[in-house]
Write a protein of this length. Structure first.
Ligand SMILES: [Zn+2]
Length: 365
């Protein structure tokens, strides 16, 4: 038996109201016309892959197979001041004007529906709520189940399904309001977190480490040479992966790059941009549930060593509903105290027992 550690999972149904539809009536603007043109050129009807079913699939799995130690709490909406720490006021003005409407913000498939602006405010505010519970010591770790995701959103624009950069808003809040001085953000989503990198590019107090499938995979940034600039030179660390990289490559990156980087940086809070699209069922990388569990375990140990265990997960991508929900579950089980076996060794103990059982059949009497 392992000890159960309490974990708070944050969720808010208002995030289900973000439901862009390629078939909805569009604004008469230039961006809408351009996207309409792009969509009409596709051979098959296009569906919006970042849909409310992503969160309900996770909720359903957690309800069906509850994990001991997990509690749920509601989210909150981020204020303009909180969002304004990482986004410009002109960008916020533009987005706020779209309340109640259908529109496209970017050719990288970032659309809004009537409930989207509030959903995006709640996603960012819920990431803040998760950070607050951990930094104030109410829970050692937390997971913010949020959408729309955030890590592609830049200070001045929406990109790649993201409106507000949830993890960056949460990190900025931890610095501005909660007394955190050095924050480490680990982004293991399959795509490079260009928005988070951009926001903290010159900030020496935020160490941003991103494992992602290498360019030309979307969004195309995140080369080794992108290491931050100005006072922040050296606090951006990119680890581009080839197609089909899996558990062994990810864990090697954790052992040989993340661990020494954390040792050097001495974070007082660790945030994770947790996308589940590196799973083999999703997008051309090959991480397993055991891989997600092992990465979580390493992060938990790092957080215990450097920052009293303060570890907050914020959901990013993951579009196959099976691997998304089971990936989240694998992370939560480890946060709640399970010690994962090395990836690839699931079932090995049972085979050893079976071998012992059958051995006498093959021996001479
Ligand atoms: Zn992604």
């Amino acid at each position: 038996m392992t000890d159960v550690t309490p974990v708070m999972v944050f969720y808010d149904p208002r995030m289900l109201a973000h439901e862009p539809s390629p078939d909805a009536a569009f604004l008469p603007g230039r961006m809408d016309q351009r996207i309409r043109q792009l969509l009409s050129g596709l051979g098959v009807p296009w569906k919006y892959p970042e849909h409310p079913g992503r969160l309900t699939a996770i909720q359903q799995l957690l309800a069906l197979t509850p994990i001991e130690g997990i509690d749920f709490a509601d989210g909150t909406a981020a204020t303009r001041e909180q969002l304004g720490r990482v986004h410009t006021s002109s960008y916020l003005e533009q987005v706020y004007k779209l309340r109640g409407q259908y529109a496209w913000l970017d050719v990288d498939t970032t659309a809004v529906s009537p409930g989207s602006v509030e959903a995006a405010e709640v996603a960012a505010g819920t990431a803040i709520a998760a950070v607050e519970t951990v930094v104030t010591g109410r829970n050692p770790s937390a997971f913010a189940l949020v959408r729309p995701p955030g890590h592609h959103a830049e200070p001045v624009r929406a990109r790649g399904f993201c409106l507000f950069n949830n993890v960056a808003v949460a990190a900025a809040h931890a610095k501005a309001e909660l007394g955190c001085q050095r924050i480490m953000i680990v982004d293991w989503d399959a795509h490079h977190g260009n928005g988070t990198q951009d926001i903290f590019w010159a900030d020496p107090d935020v160490l941003f480490i991103d494992l992602h499938r290498a360019a030309p995979f979307y969004p195309g940034s995140g080369s080794l040479e992108e290491v931050g600039g100005g006072l922040g030179e050296g606090t951006t660390v990119n680890i581009p992966m080839p197609a089909n990289a899996g558990d062994a490559a990810y864990l090697k990156a954790f052992d040989s790059i993340l661990e020494p980087a954390a040792e050097w940086f001495q974070p007082d809070l660790i945030l994770v941009s947790a996308g589940f699209d590196p799973h083999a069922h999703d997008l051309a990388l090959n991480v397993s549930y055991g891989g997600f569990a092992a990465m979580t375990h390493r992060l938990k140990l790092l957080a215990e060593r450097h920052c009293d265990g303060r570890l907050v997960f914020v959901l990013e991508g993951g579009y196959n509903l099976i691997s998304l929900s089971h990936g989240v579950k694998a992370v939560l089980e480890v946060l709640a105290g399970a010690i994962p076996p090395p990836p690839g060794e699931f079932g090995v103990a049972e085979v050893e027992a079976a071998a012992a059982f059958h051995r006498s059949a093959f021996l001479d009497p």
